[in-house]
Ligand binder design. Structure first.
Ligand SMILES: Nc1nc2c(ncn2[C@@H]2O[C@H](COP(=O)(O)O[C@H]3[C@@H](O)[C@H](n4cnc5c(=O)[nH]c(N)nc54)O[C@@H]3COP(=O)(O)O)[C@@H](O)[C@H]2O)c(=O)[nH]1
Length: 895
């Protein structure tokens, strides 16, 4: 501080010098005094100016002489050290001033230490500029300048605020560095949505080189208006409500165009007055997690679709979209292997250009067929990074280039057995190969696609099997009703007919039983194929099961003649010879026909009526066809009634046995009788076995009926013997169903025991076809019967397919030449050949041979001539009652 005393101290030497000058110049004292006063005034003026100037500088300044006494200091100095002016008068020592500063709390150190330090500074042994941290917390920067006379001048500047500001700046710099390390987006916005702080992550994704480039921008400068508006609405909500938004998921498209998911938190910022002045936001990139979630959810959805049998195209479409959602700039495609196994068909490609998809639909599987055709051909992944320059794409690169596809990575989709099901491909618009992540995704997608396709194929197969006959591949009963319904609807609309053709092969069971099931299957397949060939593609050929087929003739003319043509063609096709192993067969069929609308308007009725017509055809001797007539249903009803009557017939004792004599051709002697059942029906009169035995066999009633026949025949024969008639054999027919009964031997033995008939007077007739069904079992059973003493003959011999080698092992006594060979034996050379062959066979095997159905003298003559042993037939006698047999054998006239 500059004071008056300091000025006076400065003027004193000047006055002395003026008086001396006045004496030397000889000037008058008044003049000198006047001049002197003027000079003093000028000097005072200058001193005031200096004083004002020095007091107004912002730094404290002080001058000390070599004795460390204060020469002068300014006001700022006094202010800095909070020392009253009177304690800063010139002449005060540095030590006194330091004491004052200590007292004022403005010292940096103790007095002695300070004085030592000041002297070291003045002598130049330490820095002349230093910063003193005062005990009151302020920071003073001091610049010390020694003077030539040993004193010094020093400036003191209070830099407390400046230092604090520098700290803030330093803090800011380190805070920015810190937040730049954070990989999440981190920002602060003011209440207007302007960025105040932003870290590197958000700046760089926003396309800004420096974080400072973000300052002052709003979301409207960075995002599409809708997205920016959305952010703004959310942030304004936070600012308005004061409630933070915690961990909300937000989708952002960054400056590169990549979509990213964030988990964002936005918290309002408050000042000390608790007023909101902005918000701080942090957003964590959860894109990878979202993608994993999407992948997992998508996978679950797709697996559910597969499990619930969603259409394959929907499943694959969904799968492609899922794969694409995980990647950027990639388009997925699935091609499916065609049924022909040599082409690939469009499966799904939701994002590929439709025209491109159409162009590659049906591409061949081959060694140079782009990525997909080649991958299917090689059965291994084919990665083409540059379509335009890869030889595999030579023929297709222009096409791909036209749509901007530059690389294509194809992987074959394989079944569990390793069969190619299709190809999964990823197209990229850039020249490159797949990344590791993309390869993983390809593996995943290919596997799921494989599961979906395999599942679909299995379903198709199951569906096919549920609706088709496995043996012939024809539709089955399940599909029949649907096809027939469709045909009827069409016929209704266009006033046409639908014809249902019911086909049953004749004697198929015989083929099965004699030539084995493989031969039977072969016959069925051949017949099925032939029928299909003879009808139109719009007609339906169905195998109902066994030897039954149904043909639905669609869109038929209302003209029976035209229908007959098709039927004749079917019949002829069936009748063509079939080679089954060593055997050449000519199959025939019984065919029933019913047409919509005249024979029924519902599928069920039409089928039932065609079935009834088929039975009618069978009754007419097979190998023919019958058009349905209403009375056929009466027959079906009759059959039902017959079954019911048959169940009661045994209990009501309605059966009786007739006996037909068997005669020795040489002696004319009756040596046996064949027991033939008759049913004395309460309303229909005496029924022949053909009227009820088939029904009895179908219902298994043949077993108790057969037992009754056995018991009755044995009883009657024993009765005849007891009555004194010459002993003879009674022959009893045994049906297949009876023969297969577990306890046949026991039942026969029981009949013999109960009747008391010797076993040798009982002969059982079994058919050739029965034996051939299971030769081993038949021979075993026959051996047991033989052991019992019972004789066995083979009935209907010649109609079956006995092999000679097998015949030798049969424990039989007689062969019975079937009636069908005897009928025309006098004229038909074939029948003659068969009959004479059977006779000589019997002779060779030491078996007796009997001809049945002998009616004429010519037949008898032929048999005698060919040395046949025995005969049975109307020529000698029709089957007659037991009393008539007695009369016949005792020579009495019969009734
Ligand atoms: N399981 C059982 N089957 C039996 C039983 N009783 C008879 N049958 C079988 O029924 C079929 C028909 O028998 P039927 O109507 O009695 O006919 C027999 C004869 O009447 C007939 N026959 C005899 N001679 C002639 C003839 O000169 N001309 C001609 N047109 N028919 C004749 O043949 C039948 C006997 O045949 P087969 O048994 O093959 O010797 C018949 O198949 C019986 O087997 C029974 O109790 N159980």
């Amino acid at each position: 501080m500059v004071t008056k005393s300091s000025r006076q101290a400065a003027q004193a030497p000047e006055s002395t010098e003026l008086a001396t000058l006045a004496k030397l110049a000889g000037s008058s004292y008044e003049t000198l005094e006047r001049e002197l006063r003027a000079t003093i005034a000028t000097l005072e003026q200058q001193a005031l100016r200096f004083e004002t100037a020095i007091d107004n500088i912002s730094q404290g300044i002080c001058f000390f002489d070599a004795a460390e006494r204060l020469i002068l200091c300014n006001r700022r100095y006094a202010e800095i050290y909070r020392i009253a002016p009177e304690h800063l008068r010139p002449g005060r020592t540095l030590g006194e001033i330091v004491e004052r500063r200590i007292a004022a709390g403005t010292s940096a150190m103790a007095s002695d230490a300070y004085l030592a330090f000041a002297r070291a500074v003045n002598s130049g042994t330490t820095l002349r500029n230093w910063t003193a941290n005062l005990t009151d917390g302020r920071t003073i920067q001091i610049c010390h300048q020694p003077m030539p006379d040993g004193g010094w001048v020093a400036t003191h500047e209070d830099i407390t605020e400046l230092t604090a500001n520098r700290l803030i700046v330093d803090e800011r710099i380190s805070l920015q560095t810190l937040i730049d390390w954070v990989p999440d987006y981190l920002w602060v916005k003011d209440t207007e949505g302007r960025f105040v702080v932003a870290n590197k992550a958000i700046a760089s994704d926003s396309g800004k080189a420096k974080t400072s480039d973000m300052i002052g921008l709003t979301d409207f400068d960075l995002h599409a208006p809708e997205l920016a508006q959305k952010f703004r609405a959310i942030e304004q909500g936070v600012l308005r409500s004061g409630q933070p938004m915690i961990d909300e998921e937000e989708f952002v498209v960054d400056a590169s165009g990549a979509g990213k998911w964030f988990s964002s938190t936005k918290v309002p910022l408050r000042n000390v007055q608790n007023d909101i002045f902005g918000l701080v936001g942090i957003a964590h990139d959860i894109t990878a997690r979202k993608q994993a979630d999407t992948l997992r959810d998508g996978q679950a959805q797709i697996l559910e679709m597969i499990a619930t049998s969603a259409p394959l195209e929907d499943v694959l479409d969904c799968l492609m979209r899922l794969a694409e959602s995980q990647l950027t700039g990639i388009f997925g495609s699935v091609l499916l292997l065609d049924k022909d196994g040599s082409h690939l068909r469009h499966g799904a490609a939701p994002s590929l250009a439709k025209a491109y998809t159409s162009a590659i639909d049906g591409i061949a599987v081959g060694p140079k067929m782009g990525s997909c055709g080649t991958a299917a051909y090689r059965r291994e992944p084919v990665i083409v990074a540059d379509i335009m320059h890869d030889p595999l794409w030579h023929d297709h690169c222009e096409l791909a280039a036209a749509y901007g596809y530059r690389s294509c990575w194809s992987t074959p989709i394989l079944s569990h057995q390793g069969a190619v099901l299709g190809v999964f491909a990823m197209y990229s618009t850039t020249v490159r190969g797949p990344t590791a992540a993309e390869t993983r995704l390809i593996d995943f997608t290919t596997r799921i696609a494989g599961i979906a396709i395999e599942r679909k194929l299995a379903e198709d197969r199951i569906h096919f099997m549920a609706n088709h006959d496995v043996l012939t591949g024809l539709p089955n009963r399940a599909l029949l009703e649907d096809r027939l319904s469709q045909a009827i609807l069409y016929a209704q609309r266009y006033d046409r007919w639908v014809t249902v053709v019911f086909i049953d092969l004749d004697n198929f069971k015989l083929v099965n039983d004699t030539l084995g099931h493989n031969a039977g299957d072969e016959l069925l397949k051949t017949v099925a194929g032939r029928i299909v060939e003879r009808v139109r593609a719009t007609d339906t050929v169905v195998r109902l099961g066994g030897d039954e087929f149904v043909v639905v003739l669609f869109d038929q003319p209302t003209n029976v003649d035209l229908i007959s043509e098709t039927l004749q063609a079917i019949r002829a096709a069936i009748a063509e010879p079939v080679q089954l192993g060593a055997h050449r067969l000519r199959a025939t069929a019984s065919i029933g026909i019913a047409s919509y609308p005249k024979d029924g308007t519902s599928p069920d009725t039409l089928l039932a009526n065609a079935d009834a017509a088929m039975y009618r055809a069978k009754e007419f001797g097979r190998d023919n066809f019958q058009f349905y007539a209403p009375e056929f249903n009466t027959r079906a009803h009759e059959k039902f009634v017959l079954q019911e009557d048959l169940r009661n017939a045994l209990a009501r004792l309605e059966f009786t046995l007739f006996y037909q004599p068997q005669v020795d051709l040489r002696s004319g002697h009756v040596f046996a009788v064949e027991a033939l059942i008759r049913w004395n029906h309460p309303t229909r009169g005496m029924l022949a076995p053909t009227a009820f035995i088939p029904t009895a066999e179908e219902t298994s009633l043949i077993v108790p009926i057969g037992d009754w026949v056995l018991h009755e025949a044995c009883r009657q024969n024993k009765a005849w013997q007891d009555a004194g008639l010459p002993p003879m054999t009674v022959c009893v027919n045994v049906s297949t169903r009876q023969f297969r009964e577990k306890n046949l031997i026991g039942r026969v033995a029981d009949a013999l025991n109960v009747s008391g008939l010797e076993a040798r007077y009982l002969e059982l007739e079994v058919t050739e076809s029965l034996i051939m069904q299971d030769i081993d079992l038949a021979v075993a059973t026959m051996n047991q019967l033989q052991n019992l003493g019972v004789q066995i003959s083979i009935d209907d011999f010649g109609t079956g397919y006995s092999s000679l080698s097998a015949l030798k092992t049969f424990p039989v006594a007689r062969l019975k030449i079937d009636k069908s060979f005897i009928n025309d034996i006098a004229a038909d050379e074939n029948d003659q050949a068969v009959a004479s062959a059977v006779i000589s066979l019997g002779q060779n095997l030491n078996l007796r041979v009997i001809a049945e159905g002998v009616e004429t003298d010519d037949q008898v003559a032929f048999l005698r001539k060919n040395n046949c042993d025995e005969m049975q037939g109307y020529h000698f006698s029709e089957p007659v009652s037991a009393p008539d047999i007695e009369k016949m054998l005792s020579g009495e006239p019969m009734d």
